[in-house]
Design a protein around this ligand. Structure first.
Ligand SMILES: NC(=O)c1ccc[n+]([C@@H]2O[C@H](COP(=O)([O-])OP(=O)(O)OC[C@H]3O[C@@H](n4cnc5c(N)ncnc54)[C@H](OP(=O)(O)O)[C@@H]3O)[C@@H](O)[C@H]2O)c1
Length: 263
């Protein structure tokens, strides 16, 4: 018999479920008896994960979606709602690490970064709000980045879009409180996923495991935490940057927090 958990029969949508944090979250939610809708562009990878989940006796659904395309996002939300009749948790996790120094960068890269790292979440929220409002419950979780608390040199397109998402999540949390819809934002440091496979990080900011991030997210949802920073020591970064941005600029430069590209 399955052991009862907080997530029993909860319907959870995860974008970017084909890889890294999203994939690991999907598997963990399923193990906790949630019904999981898996979204990303690569539906072959999603089907493998769906099959893995189903083979352990849990429920999953694959929906191919490019989150920068509004109608794909609408289809994702509608298909999930039609299948299971409710949406309890929406995890906006899909993202792309779009980098470039300002003097080199093409404006298209900024547009692309905002399309995936910001507008995808906005489309989803607009689609999901009527459903969660009617339910009188729901939890929206944004997977942001520590980079929105302190920008890294060379990352302006990514940092700008994640910072927009940071502000959006902060306002949304306050606006939706009376509707009993919860909003959490997650700020991981460097995580060991394919996204940063080609980056060698300095010893002072080692890559953390997806398992650690997933555990922090699951715990944060259960405890209804508005802000989830992982690793915990990184709570200091935003505060120190507000206190002394020059000191933090020096620190980031000194320890080469941007990392180096593996050849
Ligand atoms: N890794 C880190 O160091 C780190 C640190 C802080 C925050 N984060 C954030 O964590 C989240 C997950 O990243 P990850 O590290 O797990 O990276 P990852 O392994 O590269 O996974 C990214 C996921 O996003 C999906 N995706 C990308 N563009 C998409 C689009 N247009 N539409 C739908 N899905 C799309 C990818 O699937 P398809 O390619 O199949 O579409 C993939 O499933 C991102 O929001 C990232 O910014 C990562």
């Amino acid at each position: 018999m399955k052991e009862a958990t907080f997530f029993d029969n909860k319907v959870v949508i995860i974008t970017g479920a084909s890889s890294g944090i999203g994939k690991n979250l999907a598997i963990r939610f399923a193990q906790l008896n949630a019904k999981v809708a898996l979204a990303a562009r690569d539906d072959k990878k999603l089907l493998d994960i769906e099959n893995l989940i189903k083979s352990s006796g849990h429920d999953a659904l694959t929906i191919k979606a490019d989150i920068s395309v509004e109608k794909d996002v609408a289809n994702l939300i509608n298909t999930t709602f039609i299948k299971w009749g409710k949406i309890d948790i929406f995890i906006s996790n899909a993202g792309q690490y779009i980098q470039g120094r300002i003097e080199d960068i093409d404006l298209v890269q900024f547009h692309n970064s905002f399309a995936v790292n910001f507008f995808g979440s906005l489309y989803a929220v607009k689609q999901i709000l009527p459903i969660m409002s009617k339910q009188g419950s729901g939890h929206i979780v944004f997977i942001n980045s520590l980079d929105s608390k302190k920008g890294i040199v060379g990352d302006a397109p990514y940092v700008a879009a994640k910072s927009a998402l940071d502000g959006f999540g902060d306002v949304l949390r306050q606006e939706l409180r009376d509707l009993r819809i919860k909003v959490s934002t997650v700020y991981p440091g460097r995580v060991d996923t394919p996204m940063i496979d080609n980056i060698k990080v300095p010893w002072i900011s080692p890559k953390i495991s997806t398992e650690k991030v997933v555990s922090a997210i699951i715990n944060g949802i259960e405890k209804e935490k508005p802000i989830i920073i992982v690793p915990k020591i990184s709570y200091l970064i935003g505060a120190l940057n507000n206190l002394s941005p020059k000191l933090m600029d020096w620190f980031y430069k000194k320890f080469r927090l941007e990392g180096t590209r593996k050849s």
